[in-house]
Design a protein around this ligand. Structure first.
Ligand code: AMP
Ligand code: MG
Length: 328
């Protein structure tokens, strides 16, 4: 038994990873119980048949993801949500109507049909309907809901292109479905809809301001007390380089010979770096953040200085990722 297990493990990490552009071919891997990386408008996902416990376990193994960090279940049609949940609450209905398909994820009470491994043992489930054409084509071809976290190693920056997904998943998965680079570049907004009013557990491109237009009482989840979104407690989004947050020209920049980089909105902050990315808007900052982290690691940058911005609109999501990425 022991030898058999070891043999399977080596087979798993030495797998040849093919780059493909056919959603149909990618779906055939899913039907065989394998896992596949695929493009979405937020970041690249690493998907498995949500009803196949064995396949879903492969995701946790490939990512090195803690078992109590639940996955998001992706659907191609709104009607598929009914199979997965006990009830679509009034607050979820409004969000689904307004923001599905798109970069918003709703949390609802789960049905028994969903294996516990998908939800990390929680009695709730996270559901999203991607807007990306190729993602939807892929999920439709699979014919089942697709459980998928981001297609990166646990703790690393999320992939916004197939090249990033390949870097982390090469040799671990049979194929990567290619498509356009991620339009938003940050993971979806996770919204708890189990209560009377929506609670944002993870900020994203659908902002507090957007959600307040549907329900004025929408709030961010408290960071203290019982953690409702388990993913929030882990180290996240971190490149190999150190991430430092700066807000003005007087900020202390390491006076070392080590390579350093800057990303932000202000040209005047961007002097003295080997690599610089100036973004015209917070949305452009969001779209470029993770790809910049990947590029910095490729270039051997030691410290990435990121401009702190106002937590209005998508700024809240950018600051959430930057604060986590800067924890070592
Ligand atoms: P990822 O797709 O890698 O960004 O991870 C999915 C995110 O959704 C994680 O931060 C999870 O904590 C969160 N999530 C998934 N399911 C639930 C759930 N049932 N309740 C709260 N948060 C969830
Ligand atoms: Mg992730």
């Amino acid at each position: 038994m022991y030898l058999k297990g070891r043999y399977n493990y080596f087979q798993f990490i030495n797998m040849q990873t093919k780059i493909i552009n056919s959603a149909k071919v990618a779906s055939q891997h899913i039907k065989k119980g394998n896992i596949v990386a695929f493009p979405t408008e937020t970041v690249y996902g690493l998907g498995a048949n949500a009803y196949d416990e064995k396949a879903v376990k492969k995701i946790f193994k490939a990512k090195g993801r803690p078992a109590d960090n639940p996955l998001i279940v992706h659907v191609a049609y709104k009607r598929d949500i009914n199979f997965l949940v006990k009830e679509i609450t009034p607050s979820a209905k409004k969000i689904i109507k307004e923001f599905f398909p798109g970069p918003a994820t709703v949390i609802l009470r789960k049905n028994e049909i969903v294996p516990d491994v998908v939800t990390g043992g929680l009695d709730t489930i996270a559901i999203r309907m991607p807007a990306s054409k190729i993602a939807r084509e892929f999920i439709k071809a699979c014919g089942v809901p697709i459980a998928a976290p981001s297609a990166n190693l646990s703790g690393s920056p999320s992939p916004t292109s197939f090249v990033h997904a390949l870097k982390d998943m090469k040799g671990k998965i049979p194929c990567i479905l290619t498509g356009p680079d991620a339009k938003y570049g940050l993971e979806s907004t996770v919204i708890d809809c189990t209560g009377k009013h929506p609670v944002i557990l993870r900020p994203g491109s659908i902002t507090l301001e957007h959600l307040k237009k549907l329900d004025k009482q929408t709030k961010y989840g408290r960071s203290t007390g019982k953690i409702k979104s388990p993913g929030q407690k882990y180290r996240h989004y971190s490149p190999k380089a150190n991430v430092r947050l700066i807000s003005d020209f007087g900020s202390k920049i390491a006076n070392s010979k080590n390579k350093k980089a800057f990303i932000g909105l202000s040209k005047k902050l961007a002097m003295g770096y080997e690599l610089v990315k100036i973004c015209r808007t917070p949305e452009e900052y969001a779209m470029n953040l993770f790809s910049f982290f990947h590029k910095c690691d490729e270039m051997g940058i030691k410290t990435i200085y990121c401009e702190k911005i106002s937590e209005k609109g998508v700024g809240a999501a950018i600051m959430n990722r930057l604060n986590k990425a800067s924890i070592k």
